[in-house]
Write a protein that binds this ligand. Structure first.
Ligand SMILES: *Cc1c(COP(=O)(O)O)cnc(C)c1O
Length: 390
C-alpha cells in the first residue's frame, strides 16, 4: 500500500475546524479608514491597527507615489549591498528623534526586527525571560536565538524577580523581553519595575512598542515616554505598520547597539531593504505624529467615550483591563466569539473574534481610531446591546 506523506494536512485541518479554530481571510476593497467595505458591505472598522487613520492619508499616499517615481518599486537588494537609499537613513534618523535615542535601524517588518534583534543580542550561553502574553515575533525571536527561555506569568514582576534570583547566575547575558502594549489584551507592561529589575540583576530589557508608537506618550513616542523612562538604556522595538500606516519595523537604542545590529542581525543583513514607497510613507507619518498631537488627543477622547458608554450601558460585559485603544471582552468559547463576531458584521460592525491559540480565552477585540466619529461609537454600543441581550 502506498501512503501519502501529505495526508496529515487534511486531518489537521479537520481538527482545526472541529475546535472552531479555523481561520480564513476577508476581503477589504477600498482605502482603509473608520469605515471600510468588507466583502462588499460597508462596515464600521473596529478591526484596524491604523490608530491615527494615516494608512489612507493623502500625504502618505503622495509621498509613496513620489518615492516610487523617483526610486522605483523595489529596493533591489539587501541594505549592505544595493538596497540602501538616503531615504532609509532619513527614516532612521526620524525614528531616533521621535524615540529620543542615539540611533535606530529599519527592518522590513516588525516581526523581522524582533527576530533579528533578539537573535543578535543573546545566544546559547544566555537567558531570556519572556512575558507569557508576548507577541509571536518575540517568542520566535527567543527560539531563534538559541538562548534558554523562561516564560513568566503575565506582568508578574514578583515571579520574574524569583526567576532572576534563582537563574541569573547560571547564564552569561540575560534579556527580559516584553510587549509594551499587549496586542491581544490592551494592557501595559510594568515598565519602571522591569527596568529596576533589569538594573538590579544586570539584564538587558527589550520592549516592543508596536501598538504604542504614535499612540501613547505625550509626543507619541510610546510607553517608554508615558512611564518617564526616556533616555534609559533599553532595546526599543516597533513597527511602521500600525499607527504609522505603512510597512516595516525598527529597533531604536544606543549607537553601539544599532551599529552592532547592522553587523549581526540576520533578518536585516540577509533580506531586501524596505521598499521606497513604504519608507517614504513611514517618514511622512512620523512627521505627522510629531506635528499633529490633535490626532492622538482625538484618539484618546474616542477611547474614553467608548469606555464610558460601555460602563454605563453594558455593565455586564467582561471588559479586560486596558490602558490603550484596544478593548476586549471575553466570551465563554471560540464558538460564542465567532457567533458574536458574525452578528456584529451583519449589523455593520467589523470587530474580530480572537481565539486560541492566539490568546488563552476567546474574545471580541475592538480597536479605536482617531478618525472614528461619535456616531460610529454609538452604533457599536447599540449593536452590542442588542447582541448581548439577545
Ligand atoms: C504587529 C506586531 C508586531 C509585528 O509587526 P509587523 O510590522 O506587522 O511585522 C510585532 N510585535 C507586536 C507586539 C505586534 O503587535
Amino acid at each position: 500500500m502506498t501512503t501519502d506523506p501529505y495526508a496529515w494536512i487534511e486531518q489537521s485541518l479537520t481538527t482545526i475546524h472541529r475546535a472552531d479554530w479555523y481561520r480564513s481571510v476577508q476581503v477589504l476593497s477600498d482605502r482603509p479608514g473608520a469605515t471600510v467595505v468588507l466583502a462588499g458591505q460597508e462596515v464600521i472598522n473596529f478591526a484596524s491597527n491604523d490608530y491615527l487613520g494615516l494608512a489612507g492619508d493623502e500625504r502618505l499616499i503622495n509621498a509613496a507615489i513620489a518615492a516610487v517615481s523617483k526610486f522605483g518599486t523595489g529596493s533591489t537588494g539587501s541594505r549592505l549591498l544595493s538596497g540602501h537609499r538616503e531615504l532609509h537613513r532619513e527614516l532612521e534618523i526620524a525614528i531616533a528623534s521621535l524615540k529620543q535615542t542615539e540611533d535606530a535601524i529599519v527592518f522590513s517588518s516588525g516581526y523581522l526586527a524582533n527576530l533579528g534583534a533578539i537573535a543578535a543580542v543573546v545566544g546559547k550561553r544566555d537567558l531570556i525571560l519572556s512575558d507569557q502574553y508576548n507577541h509571536s515575533s518575540l517568542k520566535n525571536g527567543a527560539v531563534l536565538s538559541g538562548a534558554a527561555v523562561i516564560e513568566y506569568p503575565h506582568c508578574d514582576v514578583l515571579a520574574l524577580k524569583t526567576q532572576l534570583q534563582q537563574q541569573r547566575q547560571n547564564y552569561r547575558r540575560c534579556l527580559i523581553i516584553t510587549d509594551s502594549v499587549f496586542s491581544m489584551d490592551g494592557d501595559l507592561c510594568p515598565l519602571p519595575t522591569l527596568l529596576q529589575l533589569a538594573e538590579e540583576f544586570n539584564c538587558m530589557l527589550l520592549v516592543d512598542e508596536a501598538h504604542a508608537t504614535g499612540v501613547i506618550g505625550k509626543t507619541g513616542a510610546g510607553c517608554v515616554e508615558h512611564f518617564g523612562c526616556t533616555g534609559k538604556q533599553l532595546i526599543q522595538i516597533g513597527t511602521l505598520s500600525k499607527a504609522l500606516g505603512s510597512l516595516g519595523g525598527y529597533v531604536a537604542g544606543s549607537a553601539a547597539l544599532i551599529d552592532f545590529l547592522r553587523n549581526r542581525a540576520p533578518t536585516w543583513i540577509y533580506t531586501t531593504g524596505l521598499s521606497p514607497a513604504d519608507t517614504a510613507a513611514a517618514l511622512t507619518a512620523i512627521g505627522i505624529v510629531q506635528q499633529e498631537p490633535q490626532r492622538r488627543i482625538q484618539l484618546w477622547r474616542n477611547v474614553d467615550d467608548l469606555k464610558n458608554l460601555m460602563q454605563q450601558q453594558l455593565p455586564h460585559l467582561q471588559l479586560l483591563p486596558t490602558e490603550s485603544p484596544i478593548l476586549c471582552f471575553q466570551l465563554p468559547s471560540p464558538a460564542d466569539a465567532l457567533q458574536i463576531g458574525k452578528h456584529l458584521k451583519e449589523s455593520g460592525i467589523f470587530a474580530p473574534a480572537i481565539r486560541p491559540p492566539t490568546v488563552p480565552t476567546s474574545r471580541i477585540r475592538i480597536s479605536v481610531m482617531a478618525t472614528h466619529e461619535m456616531m460610529h461609537i454609538e452604533k457599536l454600543i447599540t449593536v452590542l446591546k442588542k447582541q448581548i441581550n439577545a
